[in-house]
Ligand binder design. Structure first.
Ligand SMILES: [Zn+2]
Length: 464
């Protein structure tokens, strides 16, 4: 699989002149590190030979974008804008402005090479190659130097061999030109992994997954893993363009969804370690290296699972019976449900006995009651219970209507729900509670004896 180097995709912008006229290179972090090492070596060698100036590599984080094919969404990559800075060498008040190189040919104007950090340019045509203002001769010298006096501003052109004499030094000074150092940067290029922007990766991963499905890196069927297809699509190689042509219909949708996928996942990934923590880290960093590409493209699957879970939860919410108040204040009613809270609470007065607070989920109603009846002390959370009582109040707890019963009596209790009590079996809209006519004599039996699977109810204990 041959992917074009990033620098090819970025040409010619990877090396552009900034407003001050110096070159700006767009480098990966590895290329930047290689450049710094090379320039440091050149610097050290030049210093040993008498360089008094300084050469620095300045780098600021930056991004570049390109379309891997005409019309395809932009792929953004992260790197550094790199420039050469520094201070031109200076001896005895004379600062180096430029090296003047003679070109073959009689009257050709020279080429001027400036040191990094030089803030002065000189009109090439105004300089006569080979001239020396120290010995006042014009000879076919290959290189002469322009120097400017820091106090008087006087500009002089000095031949290479006259420099020590002119400056009053014994060594021949070394001058590094920005162009020479540029060659060192060019030699550092082409190394290091691409750092993609997360939104670019998610865009192409979404489109690739929509068309090819998901293939992990470890797939045994010889299919190309999703991450490789994504790298190909973003890379713009010939193979990449084949992938691009297959996913082209998905790219508009993918471009819209990518930022949402990132936001949704960052809000829901809470794991402190493992896959969730790793994926959250990559999504938060926003930068994806080759080593994290498989993890980053798996975000699409994680997001699909998340949205499926949310859809399932919404469906469950829709199917859940609406909880309402039941009965009229003063009515005697009978309800069946599961105990969700059974807790001893202190009596109202120091001499009054402890009471049991019971909360019962009856499907479409929630019942709360307190009683000091003996049977209540045996009730446990999760028990299935049928009680009868008088509606005392229509209350509200955290937005859920609660029906408060007074003088509750237990009709039946079991630790397992009977078949007849399974809420799924009740018809939609029909609660498992019912209003009992206050004039009726006593509660109705529950469950009916015809239900063979029903557990035998415990003997009702009508003690209050
Ligand atoms: Zn001379």
């Amino acid at each position: 699989m041959s992917t074009p180097a990033l620098s090819e995709l970025l040409e010619p912008e990877h090396r552009v002149a900034d407003s001050a006229g110096s070159w700006v290179w767009f480098l990966t972090s590895d290329e930047l590190a290689a450049t710094r090492a090379r320039i440091a070596k050149v610097n050290a060698r030049a210093e040993r030979k008498g360089l008094t100036g300084r050469v620095d590599v300045a780098a600021v984080p930056a991004t570049r974008s390109y379309a891997p094919a005409p019309g395809a969404p932009q792929v953004t990559v992260h790197g550094f804008d790199v420039t050469l800075t520094g201070e031109p060498p200076s001896y005895a008040g004379w600062r180096f402005v430029a090296a003047v190189d003679r070109l073959p040919g009689e009257a050709a104007p020279p080429v001027l090479r400036y040191p990094p950090g030089s803030d002065e340019t000189v009109d090439n045509a105004s300089v006569q190659p080979g001239q020396c203002d120290h010995c006042h001769t014009v000879r076919p010298r290959l290189t002469t130097y322009l120097v400017r006096h820091e106090d008087t501003g006087e500009l002089k052109q000095i031949g290479r061999s006259c420099l020590p004499d002119f400056l009053g030094i014994t060594v021949r000074p070394v001058i590094l030109s920005a162009d020479d150092l540029a060659a060192e940067i060019e030699r550092s290029r082409g190394g290091g992994p691409t750092l993609w922007d997360i939104d670019s990766v998610l865009t192409y991963a979404y489109a690739v997954t929509a068309v090819y499905g998901w293939t992990p890196a470890s797939n045994p069927n010889g299919l190309t893993p999703t991450r490789e297809l994504v790298a190909l699509a973003m890379g713009g190689s010939r193979q990449g363009r084949e992938v691009l042509s297959e996913i082209t219909d998905q790219l508009a949708d993918a471009t819209q969804k990518a930022p949402q996928i990132r936001t949704d996942l960052l809000a829901s990934l809470t794991g402190a370690s493992g896959y969730e923590a790793n994926l959250a880290a990559v999504l938060a960093a926003g930068i994806v290296g080759r080593k994290q590409l498989g993890l980053a493209v798996s975000a699409i699957r994680a997001w699909q699972r998340l949205t499926q879970r949310q859809a399932d939860a919404e469906l469950r919410d829709q199917q859940r019976p609406t909880i309402t108040h039941v009965g009229t204040i003063g009515d005697k009613i009978t309800l069946t449900g599961t105990v969700t809270l059974a807790m001893a609470v202190a009596g109202y007065h120091y001499r009054s006995p402890d009471q049991m607070l019971l909360v019962i989920d009856c499907g479409s109603a929630v019942v709360k009651t307190t009683t000091s009846a003996r049977w209540a002390y045996d009730v446990e959370r999760g028990d299935h219970i049928t009680i009868t009582g008088t509606v005392k109040k229509h209350d509200d707890y955290r937005g859920i209507p609660q029906t408060v019963l007074s003088r509750p009596q237990r009709i039946t209790i079991s630790t397992l729900p009977t078949l007849a009590d399974v809420p799924a079996q009740s018809a939609p809209g029909e609660g498992s509670w019912e209003v009992v006519n206050a004039n009726e004599a006593g509660p109705r039996p529950f469950p009916g004896p015809s239900n063979a699977l029903a557990q035998a109810p415990q003997t009702p204990n009508p003690a209050v």
